[in-house]
Design a protein around this ligand. Structure first.
Ligand code: COA
Ligand code: AMP
Ligand code: ZN
Length: 432
């Protein structure tokens, strides 16, 4: 069989839209049980029973990441906490992180969504699926774990890091499929070749699910050639559960977004008005099948477009294009989301430091690296041992905040560039 859920995946558009409307109406009624939406609906005069068509969605207010932060930890939850069985949270110790809660049904639906994606690209129950995503709070860990288990794969929760161990698992367990972020896929291939393992001959790898960070078609092709596999783009975000929101089919021409779970809009980020199919804008998503934490018109900040026309694979769910960037300053490094403000908050805790800093992100020998240069306060010492100790201390705090280990360079006051009176904060030299 070609589809995991043929009746849903190939549902005629009219029926699919009728299903969306029914689910949207139900979601709006239940969303009022969350303190956040209750207040928002009252303030904006939203009456769920006035929503009569999918077009009426445009009359509803947007939800942003700041709303999640301001309502931390449980202000967005629409069911009693005792009915919630899982919580995922973003990184960060200095500001409020975002939190997403799930009911048991939410987790079952999410696993189904991921299984549907994996089945779509030819992964079956006889496959050995190794997940190199971070577990714990990273949704790519448990998200793929439950999806792969639902599909019936022999699932290896290898988690992130330790390339030699990953390779041992791949060869010893006969791993056929990997979930891996694109930048790490090239790093892993490099370590394999250095170990005299040719992944194309010496492993059983055939399919990769790659996502969680921007990457180009050229990068995909390079990964496919290096590892002798087909690699499929997967999109997810924690606020929308995690992986499984949209996924490429075997046509490798756009990601099908599962519209029985999510309503997709693409808007002009400035006017907030919808853009035409084919035009790039901000992706805005509404959950229509989630109990614990419904989100209405969520600003993802990701820039993409709807690919017009039907997909030859027969699925009727819309396709979105490879991401073109973001409308905010979030960086993704080693699969970890980083806002420059997080770095600033840590640096500003140290009285020894001045206020000018520069973040450079670069791919060095197949590793994405972050270098933070920060000016010292002009009154501070030039004693080497003291500076070394300070560096160590700052890096430790940064690692706690960011979950990656940056390189840190302390420089003298006035040595970093200033442009038009405003410091240039981030230089991203990676090519996507
Ligand atoms: N996934 C898996 N392993 C990764 C990775 C990634 N995205 N990025 C780097 N690594 C590997 C490195 O290659 C290194 O292993 P090796 O030296 O044996 O080859 C090891 O992890 C440590 O990397 P390093 O760069 O020294 O450490 P760090 O402290 O800066 O980063 C990580 C630590 C990699 C564990 C952290 O960035 C992480 O957990 N990333 C995964 C996030 C994730 O899963 N996101 C997906 C969400 S869907
Ligand atoms: P997280 O909430 O940690 O899962 O991160 C979600 C963000 O990662 C998204 O909003 C995107 O910016 C980015 N992302 C996830 N998947 C992809 C992908 N396939 N291509 C490009 N960016 C992605
Ligand atoms: Zn398709």
């Amino acid at each position: 069989m070609k589809y995991w859920q043929p009746e849903i995946e190939t549902m005629p558009r009219k029926e699919l839209e009728a299903l969306q409307l029914e689910r949207l109406k139900f979601m709006l009624i239940t969303a009022q049980n969350s303190p956040f939406y209750k207040k928002l609906f009252a303030e904006k005069g939203v009456e769920p029973n006035k929503v009569k068509s999918l077009e009426d969605l445009r009359l509803l207010p947007f939800t942003s990441k700041d709303d999640l932060r301001e309502n931390y930890p449980f202000g967005m939850v629409a069911i009693p906490l005792r009915e919630c069985v899982r919580l995922h949270s973003s990184s960060g110790t200095t500001g409020n992180p975002t939190v997403v809660l799930h009911s048991r049904k939410d987790l079952d639906e999410w696993a189904n969504q991921v299984a549907r994606c994996m089945y779509m690209v030819g992964i079956r129950d006889y496959d050995v699926f190794q997940n190199t995503s971070g577990y714990g709070m990273f949704t790519g860990g448990l998200g793929f774990q439950y999806g792969a288990e639902k599909l019936g794969c022999l699932t290896v929760p290898a988690a992130a890091g330790n390339s030699k161990r990953q390779i041992k698992f791949i060869t010893d367990f006969g791993t056929t499929c990997l979930h891996i972020i694109p930048s790490y896929a090239t790093r892993l291939a490099e370590v394999m070749y250095a170990e005299n393992i040719d992944p194309r001959k010496d492993t059983k790898l055939h399919t990769l699910c790659i996502g969680a960070e921007p990457h180009s078609e050229e990068q995909r092709q390079r990964i496919e050639q290096l590892l002798g596999v087909r690699a499929f783009n997967c999109f997810g975000m924690s606020e929308m559960n995690g992986p499984g929101v949209a996924f490429e089919c075997t046509e490798q021409n756009g990601l099908h977004i599962w519209e029985d779970y999510t309503i997709v809009e693409i808007i002009n980020p400035e006017t907030l008005e919808p853009v035409a199919d084919g035009e790039v804008g901000e992706l805005v998503l509404t959950t229509i099948n989630r109990q614990a934490m419904p989100l209405i018109r969520y600003h993802t900040r990701d820039l993409t477009s709807i690919i017009p026309g039907k997909c030859p694979c027969g699925r009727t769910h819309k396709r979105i294009s490879r991401f073109k960037g973001r409308s905010d300053d979030m960086l993704i490094l080693k699969g970890v989301n980083i806002f420059p403000i997080q770095i600033e908050r840590v640096l500003m805790m140290f009285q020894e430091l001045g206020s000018n800093y520069l973040i450079t992100v670069e791919n060095i020998d197949n590793n994405d690296e972050m270098l933070i240069e920060v000016e010292l306060n002009d009154l501070f010492t030039d004693d080497y041992a003291v500076l070394q100790n300070l560096t160590k201390n700052i890096v430790r705090q940064l690692k706690d905040e960011l979950l990656i280990t940056p390189k840190l360079k302390l420089v003298s006051k006035g040595s970093l560039p200033i442009h038009e009176g405003k410091a240039v904060r981030v230089k991203d030299l990676r090519i996507f």
